[in-house]
Design a protein around this ligand. Structure first.
Ligand code: SF4
Length: 363
């Protein structure tokens, strides 16, 4: 059977974080969220499922838990009815500490979600306020412990480094506080202040770390996570042995996936396409009975040359690297940016920092 992964996009958030450039909306009325959930179920029910084995399901956003556990469980129920799921399918839901209760977490776990991703971002409350996150460090720890009690034995948490006003000591406080909780998986991103976000408007007054300090923070956190037993398996991701995200690894290894919902991306039938970032349009379109969003029919099939570029570009993100014909440019080995292991080019941690430039050398 052909392997397929499913992604469900929930473009709702409790409030907008100051740095957020993703497609998500705060303050959407309950009726719209209900209609949207029904639209997701309708699209799921109309999907042609023959010959597919679903290896992972990912509810992302936005903040899916803003929709409430009942709606998330209803969508998952529709997925289980419609698709043939692998016995050990990874079923992830993203959450924010302020949007899910201990009872809600129990309901999600009982319904079959077996992996929880929680946005921590920092353990410094002043930073969380600056980022306009709706939670504080204590909320995160409570949510994490509630999730463990609810039976989640696979938890991922996100952290951000290179944050304005955060010294390296403050960052390391966040890293160590998170390690103490022993999540199975940690994603770490450098803050990028995007144009159009509230943080962008304050850009000039922010005391952001310079490039040297940012690099120092990156290497220190990599070292701390390695000491704690986390392997740096992808540019931004660390995991305890056996807990690499199967869904995201599928993206990097070009496993086909279908995205349900407004703004969701797909790689399906050798085409890449997405649905418009428009909640009302998505609800309307789901009533047409067509499973594929606008964009599917007009998307061109990926050529062999493009597929090869994707394989290299995505494969170089992984520590296991990618098989490449020909020689590795000496500049990479001489500067400790990459190594050749069993015919595969693997970036080092130093190489991960400049991955875009390295990828450009190969494609
Ligand atoms: S929770 Fe995530 S998606 Fe929502 S506003 Fe914050 S950064 Fe954006």
């Amino acid at each position: 059977m052909k392997k397929l992964m499913l992604y469900y996009h929930f473009p709702f958030c409790l409030s907008k974080c100051a740095y957020c450039a993703f497609f998500s909306k705060a303050g959407i009325g309950d009726e719209v969220v209900e209609e949207y959930t029904r639209a997701l179920i309708r699209q799921t029910e109309s999907f042609p499922t023959d010959g597919f084995e679903v290896t992972s399901v990912y509810f992302g956003g936005g903040t899916p838990t803003v929709a409430g556990e009942k709606r998330l469980c209803a969508v998952l129920e529709a997925v289980k009815k419609r698709f043939s799921l692998s016995e050990n399918a990874e079923i992830t839901v993203e959450s924010n500490p302020k949007t899910v209760s201990a009872n809600g977490l129990r309901a999600l776990r009982e319904a079959g979600f077996n992996r929880l991703s929680i946005g921590a971002q920092s353990f410094n409350d002043g930073t969380l306020r600056l980022l306009e996150r709706p939670h504080n460090a204590e909320d995160f720890v409570r949510c994490f412990k509630d999730a463990r009690e609810a039976g989640f034995d696979n938890i991922s948490a996100d952290l951000i480094f290179a944050l304005p006003g955060e010294s390296t000591d403050m960052l390391m406080h966040s890293v160590r506080s998170l390690i103490e909780l022993r999540p199975e998986h940690i994603s770490v991103y450098g803050l990028s202040v995007e144009e159009g976000t509230p943080l962008w408007k304050k850009k000039e007054s922010l005391s952001s770390p310079d490039e040297e300090e940012e690099e120092r923070q990156y290497f220190l956190l990599c070292e701390e996570l390695a000491k704690a037993g986390y392997s740096h398996y992808e540019i931004s991701n660390f995991a305890r042995p056996g807990h690499e995200s199967r869904h995201n690894t599928g993206y990097w290894k070009r496993t086909p996936y279908f995205g349900f919902g407004a703004g969701a991306h797909s790689f399906y039938e050798n085409r890449r396409f997405s649905s418009p970032c428009d909640i009302d349009a998505y609800i309307k379109e789901s009533k047409s009975g067509c499973f594929a969003p606008t964009g599917f029919s007009s998307a061109a099939e990926i050529s062999e040359a493009e597929a090869e570029e994707e394989r290299i570009m995505l494969g170089l993100r992984l520590s296991e690297g990618v098989r490449i014909d020909g020689d590795i440019p000496p500049v990479l080995t001489e500067n400790g940016l990459a190594a050749l292991k069993d015919g595969r080019v693997c970036l080092t941690e130093k190489g991960f920092r400049v991955s875009n430039a390295i990828i450009a050398l190969f494609i």
